[in-house]
Design a protein around this ligand. Structure first.
Ligand SMILES: [Zn+2]
Length: 73
């Protein structure tokens, strides 16, 4: 049984490495709450550049950044 990580799988799996060590990327100016969550590794700060097509998720295992809803069509 692989249960080393107690996190509940709340995010999509990484398309690159297939793990679910994936955290959402928070764009815009971080609130203190957001900043603390980032310090805990619960999310990734994407900076203030908010643009169409930006990745929304970050893989902590392989550092890939992707958009899980980005599907052809
Ligand atoms: Zn990955």
């Amino acid at each position: 049984m692989l249960k080393a990580v107690p996190d509940k799988p709340r995010g999509p799996a990484c398309p690159e490495c297939g793990t679910n060590h994936v955290v959402p990327i928070a764009y815009g100016y971080p609130s203190s709450e957001t900043f603390e969550a980032a310090q805990r590794g619960e999310l990734m700060l994407g900076g203030c550049m908010v643009g169409v097509g930006n990745p929304t998720h970050h893989c902590k295992a392989c550092e890939a950044q992707f958009r899980p809803e980005n599907r052809p069509g």
